[in-house]
Design a protein around this ligand. Structure first.
Ligand SMILES: CC(C)(COP(=O)(O)OP(=O)(O)OC[C@H]1O[C@@H](n2cnc3c(N)ncnc32)[C@H](O)[C@@H]1OP(=O)(O)O)[C@@H](O)C(=O)NCCC(=O)NCCS
Length: 195
């Protein structure tokens, strides 16, 4: 199995796998099959153009794309210390072989190389035990929960939000059981919006 960053040349295979994921696991993603299926290959190619803010990685068995995930860095100046991992999907035929873990590791390794990046976040539907187990075993910790965050085919799903802080920056959070919360600012330091 090979993991590499995708480029516009991978757009058709990426579109196929992504649509398959959205159709088979609609509750796992914020995007919906109906919306994404309308977009042509060209739109997916644009998404795979290499920018300084988005990395989409693919796992290949031979020449077949079998897993994907994206790392997206926030672009606004006050949020550039944060990135998000989204769109993780592994073809059901090759699950439980370590592909999801390898994709996640690659995204986290990439995050480590980005100057100024301090937090990597992931959102997951609370009932998605496989994904939650993967993220927690990779060092992500739940810091928030949103009740009824997604409505899919008439059913409501709550979401958990997880974060992993990058090495050397861990002092900005503390853990209370499964929750990760920011430390209070030191006395005397301005923490208000006007700072
Ligand atoms: C979640 C997903 C990406 C995992 O991919 P995968 O290649 O099967 O994962 P791995 O083989 O690397 O497994 C890594 C860990 O995830 C957890 N895990 C994966 N599948 C699991 C399952 N069916 N049940 C319980 N835990 C599971 C385990 O902790 C596992 O570690 P272990 O094998 O040492 O026990 C895959 O199941 C998937 O594509 N699901 C549908 C889409 C989805 O839910 N995406 C996540 C959106 S947030």
């Amino acid at each position: 199995m090979i993991i590499r960053r995708l480029s516009p040349a991978d757009a058709a295979a990426y579109r196929r796998l992504r649509l398959r994921g959205l159709r088979s696991n609609p509750e796992a993603f914020g995007s919906s099959y109906g919306e994404e299926a309308k977009r042509p290959v060209k739109a997916f190619a644009r998404r795979l153009e290499r920018t300084r803010a988005t990395w989409t990685f693919g796992a290949f068995e031979g020449r077949r794309l079998v897993g994907v995930l994206s790392l997206i860095r926030a672009e606004r100046r006050k949020e550039r210390h944060k990135a998000e991992i989204v769109g993780m999907y592994v073809d059901p035929a090759v699950r439980r072989k370590g592909i999801g873990r390898a994709l996640l590791r690659r995204a986290v390794e990439t995050a480590h190389t980005l100057a100024g990046l301090r937090r990597v976040r992931i959102a997951v539907v609370e009932s998605n035990r496989p994904a939650l187990g993967l993220y927690e075993s990779a060092g992500f910790r739940v810091y928030a929960r949103e009740e009824d965050a997604l409505l899919v085919r008439g059913r409501l799903y709550s979401m958990l939000f997880l974060v992993r802080t990058l090495p050397g920056r861990g002092r900005s959070i503390r853990r209370i059981g499964r929750l990760v919360v920011p430390r209070r600012p030191r006395v005397g330091r301005c923490a208000g919006a006007g700072c």
